[in-house]
Design a protein around this ligand. Structure first.
Ligand SMILES: C[S@@+](CC[C@H](N)C(=O)[O-])C[C@H]1O[C@@H](n2cnc3c(N)ncnc32)[C@H](O)[C@@H]1O
Length: 332
């Protein structure tokens, strides 16, 4: 049992089964023992997984090119804020140095009270705690986490309250014929998005992540929860809390709805490869691939290949305008 596991087990013994979002929140973000708070670096070869952010400089250069398209004519890039939520190791710092770049992570980075610019995130939304619901016959039940026989277990608990019952039954409609359907409830998505948008006086929102649209839910009748450790995926997300990553695919149709309800406009959901191609097309990737020598050039070409062909179809990019009266729209 991990030290965090002991804490969670004691909490369950005294208060009963906990929501999965509470378990996931502690597993990832407990101030001392959470996966993202431990001194061990989860990113890269020695860690548990890679993200596009480790493919520097090419990823950063293409993100910078995409962000430049939102810069109002005549505005100085240094006055244009790029607030990266869930910045992790802040690996975009160098590539975004032309802007007023602010890396924000849970427990670090100062969110400005108000700014004009771009709210950017890469693999933030898949790391937000979710609840879990199961369709049992005609009912939707919350699936909590209990503790017994020395391990954490799933526990079918109370009926879903109305808002999330509607969410789950609408989303699971195409899975009508499947028994025991599991759906994650993205309970933190909207509050986080509201915080982001409330700070931005005008500009754009760009979120890169993996996930599914409502039409694609048929691929995930048992939900999408997954753990990562040492570059391997595990489906036992209750094992070893604090020592393995836990993720849930992003429900893009819900994210789009929240964005519209938060006042965003001109929303677009595209494959990561399309986003990269648009960002690089102006100069045929010349700036993204600029290198001082052939060995570096080769390394950069490999990075672009990994981004386009390794991640390009798995990841998607949601972008939209955060309106401010009088603000121009995207140039291209
Ligand atoms: C999968 S990592 C991605 C890190 C980085 N963007 C990258 O691409 O390598 C998710 C990050 O989101 C951060 N995070 C989670 N919830 C957050 C929140 N509400 N606000 C800011 N950062 C958050 C986590 O601490 C973690 O560093």
């Amino acid at each position: 049992m991990t030290p965090l596991g002991e804490i969670l087990a004691a909490r369950i013994r005294s208060g009963g089964p906990i929501l999965f979002s509470e378990f996931m929140d502690a597993a990832l973000y407990h101030p001392e023992l959470g996966y993202y708070r431990s001194p061990r670096d989860p990113f890269g070869t020695q860690g548990d997984f890679f993200t596009a952010s480790q493919l520097q400089p090419v990823f950063g250069r293409l993100v910078a090119a995409a962000i430049r398209q939102y810069l109002p004519a005549g505005a100085a890039p240094t006055d244009f804020t790029v607030a990266e939520w869930g910045a992790g190791r802040a690996e975009l710092t160098e590539a975004l140095a032309e802007f007023h770049y602010i890396p924000i992570d849970s427990g670090s980075g100062e969110v400005p009270a108000t700014f004009e610019g771009v709210v950017f995130s890469n693999e933030l939304f898949d790391a937000l705690p979710v609840d879990l619901a199961q369709r049992c016959g005609v009912e939707w039940r919350m699936i909590r986490v209990s503790f017994g026989d020395g391990r954490f277990q799933w526990h079918a608990a109370e009926r879903l309250e109305e808002q999330w019952r509607h969410y789950a039954s609408d989303l699971a409609a195409p899975l009508e014929d499947r028994p025991d359907v599991l759906i994650e409830l993205p309970v933190r998505l909207r509050p986080v998005m509201e915080t982001m948008v409330s700070r931005c006086r005008g500009g754009a929102f760009i979120a890169i992540d993996y996930g599914y649209t409502a039409r694609e839910v048929v691929r995930f009748p048992q939900g999408t929860l997954m753990s990562y450790r040492r570059h391997q995926a595990f489906d036992d997300v209750l094992a070893s809390p604090g020592e393995q990553d836990i993720t849930a695919h992003v429900p893009f149709t819900y994210l789009e709805r929240c964005a519209a309800e938060c006042g965003m406009s001109a929303a677009k959901l595209e494959n990561f490869s399309q986003f990269l191609l648009r960002a690089g097309e102006t100069d045929q990737f010349a700036a993204a691939l600029e290198a001082p020598d052939e060995a570096s050039a080769m390394r950069l070409r490999l990075q672009l290949k990994t981004l386009l062909f390794g991640m390009g179809e798995t990841f998607r990019v949601f972008s939209a305008l955060i309106a401010r009266p009088g603000m121009g729209s995207q140039k291209s």
